[in-house]
Ligand binder design. Structure first.
Ligand SMILES: NC(=O)c1ccc[n+]([C@@H]2O[C@H](COP(=O)([O-])OP(=O)(O)OC[C@H]3O[C@@H](n4cnc5c(N)ncnc54)[C@H](O)[C@@H]3O)[C@@H](O)[C@H]2O)c1
Ligand SMILES: N[C@H](CO)Cc1c[nH]c[nH+]1
Length: 887
């Protein structure tokens, strides 16, 4: 083997440095100036102690050198190694393995016996050629004979592994000396140490081959060569000769000998699948080579696979590391790994979560599962920081080469955490959940810029933890305390100052100077196109039909003979309907609120809606207002409109219930009014930004799915749309993505979509069960089933505002004209609220009538219960009737 001896690494050319780094072993001459060069980091580096250094070194000094990661320490002469430091009973002998020690045979005093004795304490014995020349001519032969007779090279060191004898060539004409000596030292364990300054990029190949005693029984003297990657995965088998080895070391790339072409084969020259060379080694009997390379491009094999041994990419840890590296270069937008790369907080939370889960795992299967998760996140952190698997492995090797061992105690922070156990764990989990939640749903998600693909984020339930799945169920966080603090002064001002405040806020927020705050029926409707009127009429008729059907007859039940219970409904007398108008004109909402109020029979129907710039009402809203029999229209929007209806003003009639969707100011004002007993007003439901969840199976039509998602995404920047893809192929998902982008670009409200779509997501689920479990937990405002035989799945819906069944039921129909209502619970409130319906505008009254006999039968039960509650008057009301004294 060729072992370069390096005096000063900096004096070497970069090509030589790189080439000698590919050899298995190097010797460095110790000097204070190069001690900090970090050479111990690399495997195969030995250090030769200077004479003066040795005289002062003790065992701790020796250990600290080896702890730097050096493969071994070489003593400057045999006497040094024979000293007390390494006497047979010394601590050093038991602490420092023989395989980590070497010795130089230096002076004429070094007798062959001394060599033999020293060699038994070390694994590398170096004989300078000067000594060979000054000794008897046949010294080398004698030395070889001696070590052979003593069986030194055959005998393994204490820890196993062979001893080696190295001849150090001090003359400049190194090749000539090697050529002379090599035939006499045919054993593979005889190495040649050559000054690095005597090695040139032109002779390194030949020196390597000759020093390695390489022999071949192959035609043309070729050497069989195994090519591996840095994780020792075998990529293929090739052939080399002196020329190709020289070229490989020279270029730092994989270069071999082509038997077909009878010439150099520079791997990847035409395909681009080049190799960076990291190591060249010779096998135990010097007839085969191993090249260690980093494979670039499609792979080593001419079938464009990484390895010639099996077409599949090897996975496991090295496969994962490669995958992550390629993801770092070009991760699919919205992929989970990309999110981890971009979100250090999330990555940190995941590493901590998985580490904890690994600690808590008990069965072998669980431990393997959690360890795999932890490795995935740990490797992601490494790749994100530019650290490769080979860096981690060489760090592990370096630590393995250390002699001193750390006590291995945990840092106090973690020890105390163990003590506080569950409490701390639970706290941390809460924090992590918060981190995950904000990172999935927060406003920090950037809008798609012009020219960028408009794309949802994408997740796969298989890759998500429970915490992450829960985070996906959350809606964007609304800081309600901040909004309440903005809305409270508006509500108070309207309550105190009435119309004056409404005018002021309308000027401030809507930039409109109002002439009149309220207009009363009959309304003057400007001319509208017949087509628009016909559409509103058709929608009105359908909505009315559906909502009239919801009116229930009076309910009467005789619970016992002579005990008759009845429930009947009455309209809420005065209702206020908020019809939004900030970013879109919504006459449909006027219908959706007005029709059920009309059907219910409300006496006073007040509509509030933001005015147009000239202070008038949107004509289509006016037309709808006439159809639903509205009695007054307030020309105001936002919190001021809600407050005016809750408390009444000099012109605005006070109402008993306020219904309708709106932005965050509208919602906050509704909540404030409902909580103020002085207002005596109720509301329909807390409402938030529009949302839709689509469940799609393999029968879905990508263009339809995309159109439905976009129809809600265009409402506002905070609208959220979700696609649950049941086992959809990558191709189908790509088609949906492409449709979203293409259709979005054609929308006039594309700028809103650019903000809402990146906040929305596609979640891959593996079964219908999983899809409905998630959907019911999410409780979407709208649920669309793009499924085969979709109607069969409606019974599985537990929570949703409104369901759209099958490929031909777009949500738009429900928004406008099919008959169902579009004012629906958002933000997960579909778990406990219904959408607006006829019942929203009714209250139910119950009544009962008992006959004398009925009271006789039921009375004792009532009296007993009244006694239990110690409410004597209650008991007496029955007792007095049953006493007979008034019969
Ligand atoms: N769930 C449903 O059934 C349904 C139906 C239709 C619309 N929506 C939703 O209703 C919302 C409508 O919102 P919008 O903004 O377009 O209209 P909007 O009518 O709800 O709000 C507009 C009003 O907000 C007030 N305002 C604006 N900026 C303000 C500020 N800084 N401080 C205080 N007040 C301010 C103004 O007075 C303005 O008139 C959307 O989120 C939409 O998705 C929901
Ligand atoms: N989709 C909205 C409810 O979230 C209602 C609406 C009005 N206009 C169009 N759509």
């Amino acid at each position: 083997m060729l072992i370069p001896k390096v005096l000063d690494l900096n004096s070497l050319s970069p090509e030589i440095s790189r080439a000698i780094n590919c050899l298995p072993t190097r010797l460095f001459v110790s000097s204070p100036s190069n001690e900090d060069a970090g050479r111990g980091k690399q495997q195969g580096n030995w250090v030769i102690l200077a004479d003066e250094e040795f005289s002062s070194i003790d065992i701790d000094g020796l250990i600290s050198i080896l702890d730097q990661g050096y493969e071994g320490v070489i003593f400057p002469n045999t006497k040094a190694l024979e000293s007390t430091l390494f006497s047979d009973s010394s601590t050093a002998s038991s602490v420092i393995p023989q395989s980590r020690l070497g010795v130089v045979v230096t002076t004429e005093d070094d007798s062959l016996d001394q060599i033999k004795s020293s060699a038994q304490k070390a694994s590398l014995i170096i004989i300078p050629d000067t000594l060979i020349q000054t000794q008897a001519d046949n010294f080398l032969v004698e030395a070889v004979k001696l070590v052979n007779e003593a069986g030194l090279l055959d005998n393994k060191t204490n820890e196993g592994g062979s001893r080696r004898l190295a001849i150090e060539i001090t003359t400049p004409d190194v090749l000539k000396v090697v050529e002379q000596l090599a035939p006499k030292t045919t054993k593979a364990e005889f190495d040649f140490i050559v000054n690095a300054s005597s090695i040139s990029i032109d002779n390194i190949g030949e020196l390597f081959v000759k020093s390695s005693h390489l022999n071949s029984d192959r035609p043309g003297g070729l050497f069989t060569t195994v090519v591996c990657d840095q994780q020792n995965e075998c990529l293929g088998l090739v052939y080399s000769n002196t020329t190709s080895i020289g070229e490989s070391l020279k270029s730092g790339q994989g270069v071999y000998w082509s038997r077909k072409q009878q010439g150099l084969w520079r791997k990847g020259l035409t395909s681009g699948a080049t190799q960076t060379l990291y190591g060249v080694n010779v096998d135990c009997d010097s007839d085969a080579l191993k090249f260690v390379v980093e494979q670039h491009g499609v792979g080593f094999c001419h079938f464009n696979t990484r390895s010639c041994f099996g077409g599949q990419q090897r996975h496991g840890i090295s496969g994962l590391a490669r995958l992550l590296e390629s993801r770092k270069e070009s991760a699919p937008e919205g992929s989970y790994t990309q999110r981890l790369f971009n979100d250090p907080k999330l990555l940190k939370a995941k590493i901590m979560e998985e580490a904890e889960e690994l600690c808590e795992a008990t069965s072998g299967e669980e431990v393997a599962w959690e360890a795999a998760d932890l490795l995935y996140f740990a490797l992601t952190k490494c790749v994100a920081s530019g650290v490769r698997l080979s860096d981690i492995e060489s760090n592990l090797d370096r630590k393995h080469r250390k002699i001193s061992r750390r006590p291995g105690n945990a840092k106090p922070k973690w020890e105390s955490q163990q003590q506080n156990g569950r409490e701390n764990g639970a706290k941390r989990l809460k924090v992590e959940e918060e981190i995950v939640r904000t990172s999935i749903t927060s406003d920090s998600i950037k809008a798609a810029k012009e020219g960028e693909i408009i794309r949802m984020r994408s997740y796969d339930t298989q890759e998500l933890s429970e915490t992450e799945k829960n985070a996906l169920l959350q809606r964007p966080i609304i800081d309600s305390s901040e909004i309440i603090s903005r809305v409270t002064p508006i509500v108070n001002a309207v309550r105190k100052e009435g119309d004056k405040a409404i005018r002021e806020f309308t000027t401030k927020f809507d930039n409109v100077q109002l002439n009149e705050v309220v207009i009363r029926a009959p309304f003057q409707v400007p001319d509208l196109p017949e087509k628009v009127k016909a559409a509103i009429d058709q929608a009105y008729n359908n909505i009315k039909k559906f909502h009239e059907a919801q009116l229930s007859d009076t309910l009467t039940v005789e619970t016992m003979p002579g005990v008759k219970c009845t429930r009947f409904s009455r309209p809420i007398e005065r209702v206020g309907l908020y019809v939004p108008g900030g970013t879109a004109v919504l006459p449909s909402t006027a219908l959706m609120l007005g029709v059920p109020a009309q059907v219910a029979g409300c006496r006073e129907i007040v509509i509030a809606t933001p005015p147009r710039k000239d202070g008038s009402v949107v004509p289509e809203v006016l037309y709808a207002a006439v159809k639903v029999g509205a009695t007054a229209i307030i020309l105001a929007g936002g919190a001021q409109a809600v407050a005016s209806m809750a408390y009444g003003t000099e012109t605005v009639p006070k109402v008993d219930k306020i219904c309708g969707p709106g932005n965050q100011y509208v919602t906050a004002a509704k909540m404030l009014a409902q909580n103020d007993t002085a207002a005596m007003v109720s509301i329909d439901m807390p409402a938030g930004p529009s949302e839709v969840l689509v469940i799609a199976d393999s029968t879905c039509i990508p263009a339809f799915v995309a159109s439905d998602l976009l129809s809600q995404a265009e409402h506002g920047p905070d609208s959220q749309v979700v696609l649950l893809a049941i086992d959809l192929s990558d191709e189908k998902l790509a088609q949906i993505e492409a449709q979203i982008h293409e259709q979005a670009l054609r929308l006039p409200r594309v700028d809103i979509v650019r903000q809402s779509i990146p906040k929305s997501y596609c979640l891959k689920v593996s079964s219908i069960d999983e899809a409905f479990e998630f959907s019911n937990a999410y409780a979407p405002e709208h649920l669309i089933l793009h499924m085969d035989n979709a109607e069969n799945y409606v019974p599985r819906v537990d929570n949703a505002g409104s369901v759209f069944v099958g490929h031909y039921s777009p949500e738009s129909c429900g928004d406008y004209a099919s008959g169902t209502n579009h004012t629906l619970p958002t933000y997960g409130f579909a778990r406990m609220y219904s959408g607006v319906n006829t019942g929203t505008f009714l209250k139910h009254i119950t009544s009962q009538q008992l006959t004398r006999d009925g009271l006789k039968d039921l009375g004792p039960t009532v009296m007993t219960l009244a006694e239990v509650e110690e409410l004597e008057a209650h008991r007496n009301a029955v007792a007095i009737r049953l006493s007979g004294q008034y019969d």
